[in-house]
Design a protein around this ligand. Structure first.
Ligand SMILES: O=C(O)CCC(=O)C(=O)O
Ligand SMILES: [Fe+2]
Length: 294
């Protein structure tokens, strides 16, 4: 078993998360595990790129920007790739995740999202307008208290900087209630950018926004009410970012078991309802050519 994070670091992160709605844990992933994660991520991106348009199989998704509209094929997201590779199934129950989760959610944990977000240089639509992730938890009745019982973690696979579209957060925004940011229009958060006046309208001074600059292996934690977003990649450097959202197992009907009594759990035979409401409509592999980006 890999060695654990210093308990003082964990305590500081938990207290920053409670006070400010986010926290950064430097060197979350041990240095000797970063290279393997980067290799496996590149392998996954190559697999995703075999598909001309967005591919779905159960909860597994490869989100593709097709050549037809972007001049070149880009893979911008993968969801639930634990189904594609045992390495990523084991990774979601890394003992260091449990160290951060246990003080907040206990040791029975389910995972509701598993995502990698790539921002390939040249792919235009790689920004995320400012929002609160509560907007992505449609089924409130599946949780006792989804805000209280959710923690989301973003792990830097590549270095993340303002130039390549690092995450941006608004400290202490988690106390402001649900603000409806980016819910206008078709609600698509990857189309267009948030204008400063949209932030001002909901009581946020744009000067409050901070860049979450991360080295590979650093982690950022946030909650469903924390205002955050990111700009498209304007550099020549890739930005791969692994996002995992976990819930308290006892109070959630959604998600894949990740820890039971602190013991890592592998995926079962069939996918569980997580976030994708239409999961059971079609469990077979298929292409989804919805042109949300137009
Ligand atoms: O990848 C990013 O920069 C942010 C993504 C995000 O906020 C989300 O998927 O909810
Ligand atoms: Fe988000």
């Amino acid at each position: 078993m890999s060695q654990l994070i210093d308990t003082r670091v964990i305590e500081e992160a938990i207290s920053q998360f409670r006070d400010e709605g986010y926290a950064i844990v430097r060197n979350f992933l041990p240095a000797d595990e970063i290279e393997r994660l980067q290799e496996k991520t590149a392998e996954l991106q190559a697999i995703a790129l075999e598909h001309p348009v967005t591919y779905r199989h159960g909860n597994l998704v490869y989100e593709i920007l097709p050549e037809e509209h972007f001049g070149k094929r880009y893979a911008i997201q993968a969801y639930w790739f634990a189904w594609a590779d045992a390495y990523f199934d084991a990774f979601r129950s890394h003992p260091r995740y449990l160290q951060l989760l246990e003080p907040l959610l206990g040791n029975n944990i389910k995972q509701v999202t598993q995502q990698i977000h790539w921002k390939p240089p040249g792919a235009r639509l790689t920004g995320y307008r400012f929002h609160q992730d509560l907007r992505f938890r449609e089924s409130r009745s599946s949780y006792e208290d989804v805000v209280r019982d959710t923690v989301t973690m973003g792990l830097a696979i590549d270095r993340a900087t303002p130039e390549n579209g690092c995450l941006k957060v608004v400290p202490r925004s988690h106390t402001m209630g649900y603000l409806g940011l980016s819910d206008n229009g078709d609600g698509q958060i990857m189309k267009g950018l948030t204008r400063d006046d949209e932030l001002v309208q909901v009581g946020i001074d744009p000067a409050q926004v901070i860049d979450v600059v991360l080295e590979p292996g650093d982690l950022v934690v946030w909650g469903l009410m924390t205002v955050h977003g990111s700009l498209p990649n304007d550099s020549q450097k890739e930005r791969a970012f692994a996002i995992s959202s976990y819930v308290r197992g006892e109070t959630s009907q959604r998600g894949e078991w990740t820890f039971k009594d602190g013991i890592p759990q592998a995926l079962g035979e069939t996918p569980q309802l997580c976030k994708y409401e239409k999961l059971f409509d079609n469990l077979e592999p298929h292409y989804d050519a919805t042109k949300w980006f137009l």
